[in-house]
Design a protein around this ligand. Sequence first.
Ligand code: DON
Length: 313
Amino acid sequence: MSAAELDRIEALLPNWLEEKRRKCQYGKVASYIPELSKSPAEALGIHITDAQGRSVAGGDSRLPFTLQSISKVFTLILALMDNGEEVVFDKVGMEPTGDNFNSMLKLELVQPGIPFNPLINAGAIAISSLIAGSSTTEKSARVLDFLRLLAGNPSLHYDMDIYRSESDTANLNRSMAYFLKDNGVLKGRVEDVLDVYFRHCSVQVTCADLAQMALVLAHDGNNPITGESLIPRRYVQIAKTFMVTCGMYNASGEFAIQVGLPAKSGVSGGILTMVPGKYGIGVVGPALGRKGNSIAGVALLEALSQELDWSLF
Ligand code: DON
């Protein structure tokens, strides 16, 4: 891996961070989870890690934030590891929706009434019900342990204020989950499934954690630094494909054209992305654009990808 490229990124970052941070004023911090509205609207940070463990970081890269929808990539992978493809794709589809991440429109319009994909809320709730474990506590603990393993950070934990704030106000997710239960998509008690879901959304990370998790995906499920094999290659392939087709919700097409990398965003303003075979990347910028992705974070990734010719397409 070229250390020269990382040096070049390090040299370019300060100007780009300053320039792209100005975009924050055109975005809005998510407030439908009340506690999220306390996030700093002007923040923008990035951390990039390579296979030798070298890193470049800049801006507000140490800002803690919650995984939110980024966690859906990893619950999908864990559900695949627990159940295999056949069981998982009996309960969720493989197609983008073109609708908002919290829409339940298509659940009633299309047969079979399973969520279109595992990265929209309905699909991720269905995936939460497929995590193995004899109790809700055990299921959540398995997800958290898996995230800690991938991030190489045993101290990852829930942000309990965000967890409670979401759990107390999640009327739409609740209605979606009861609808899924009625359709025979969810296993177990609806409130238990939702608890697993709210907990994995509320895991607190920094950009460095996201970069390390992404580095494993960028290397087909292996940690290139320790040599450990953490995820079967096939499941990484499935996860990365969903990241390209649906990871940035209904801005995924535009992101594929402008950045050209597999990515997953969250309403906290986080983006996990990677340059396959090379880098894991974590970005945070809580001000979101119209389609729910970090407005400055996406602009920063566009600049990086275009300058360094990272697009896969
Ligand atoms: O279920 C929710 O609404 C949140 N816990 C996660 C949504 C999210 O991050 C969508 N992302 N862009």
